[in-house]
Design a protein around this ligand. Structure first.
Ligand code: G1P
Length: 292
């Protein structure tokens, strides 16, 4: 247990599922209403109390780091014109006390390898991992992440966020085995095993890992000797299977709505869901949807 201030966000993926939109800009910079996807994910992390955002990135993705940096000319121009609201929307992308750090993943060797690239920064601290493709819509930003942090603090064990998915989708995800326990939304159960992208007849349940984890520091040393698994990649799931042999890991069942913004349909759905809640777009979007 420790302060839990660090979150690792892997952003080195090529974004092939959203091409051609992601050819020259990172897929994490595609927008959901008026913010890039990555900012929604960072907002969720900040709401849950994380103060060190560690981006695991690669060449060609510097727009992400620029987004979280200050933009002197733009700010000076907005200030000169007295555009106060716009100025604060640009200045307040990161609140006081939150910093973005980036490290490189030089080779695309999988999620486990990406997380391992942050080991020098996480050191001996427990940390969170958040995958930027997945957006969670809740009434209050970060509700599920806050709940996982509380469970980690009270029980002292690692947490993996899951959601029940249709049986014909299990092969897209890491699937957890909770020994058949019924896991209600907002509740949890001990993880007994996990399989990355199982065939339908091999899946131990339909509880899919949704890309939010709170993990003990020990995971980094397990990742160091994790061999390539599903898809020939070094899988975080495989290191977590080994972790369950020596420590308790819990699955937490999310309460919000999940959108996979790494694919075209998910990105559109997220835009509709978030657009129907945004004060500047809700009314016009509702009228438009009713009309078509
Ligand atoms: C990764 C994880 C997988 C998880 C998924 C959620 O897979 O390895 O366990 O279910 O994210 O999006 P990827 O989507 O990177 O193939």
């Amino acid at each position: 247990m420790n302060m839990l201030s660090k979150v690792v966000i892997p952003v080195a993926g090529l974004g092939t599922r959203v091409l051609p939109a992601s050819k020259a800009i990172p897929k994490e910079m595609l927008s959901v209403v008026d913010k890039p996807v990555i900012q929604h994910v960072v907002d969720e992390a900040v709401a849950a109390g994380f103060t060190q955002i560690i981006l695991v990135t690669r060449s060609g993705k510097s727009a992400i780091e620029d987004h979280f940096d200050s933009h002197y000319e733009l700010e000076a121009e907005l200030d000169r014109k007295g555009k106060v609201a716009l100025l604060s929307s640009v200045r307040e992308i990161l609140p006081e006390g939150v910093e973005v750090i980036s490290v490189r993943q030089p080779f695309a060797k999988g999620l486990g390898h990406a997380v391992l690239c942050a080991a020098a920064i996480t050191g001996d601290e427990d940390f969170a991992v958040m995958l930027p493709d997945m957006l969670i819509d809740s009434d209050t930003v970060g509700t599920d992440m806050v709940a996982m942090v509380e469970r980690y603090r009270s029980g002292g064990c690692g947490q993996i966020m899951v959601e029940a998915v249709p049986q014909d989708q299990v092969e897209r995800y890491g699937i957890v085995d909770c020994g058949g326990a019924a896991v209600e939304a907002g509740g949890g159960a001990q993880v007994q095993g996990m399989i990355e992208k199982p065939a339908r007849d091999e899946a131990p349940s339909n509880l899919a890992i949704v890309g939010r984890y709170i993990l003990p520091a020990r995971v980094m040393s397990l990742l160091q000797d994790t061999q390539p698994g599903a898809g020939g990649e070094i899988q975080l799931t495989d290191a977590l299977v080994r972790l369950t042999e020596e420590a308790t890991l819990e699955a937490y069942s999310m309460t919000g709505n999940l959108y996979d913004c790494g694919n075209k349909a998910g990105l559109l759905q997220a835009n509709v869901a978030f657009g129907l809640k945004h004060p500047e777009t809700a009314e016009a979007l509702r009228a438009f949807l009713a009309r078509i």
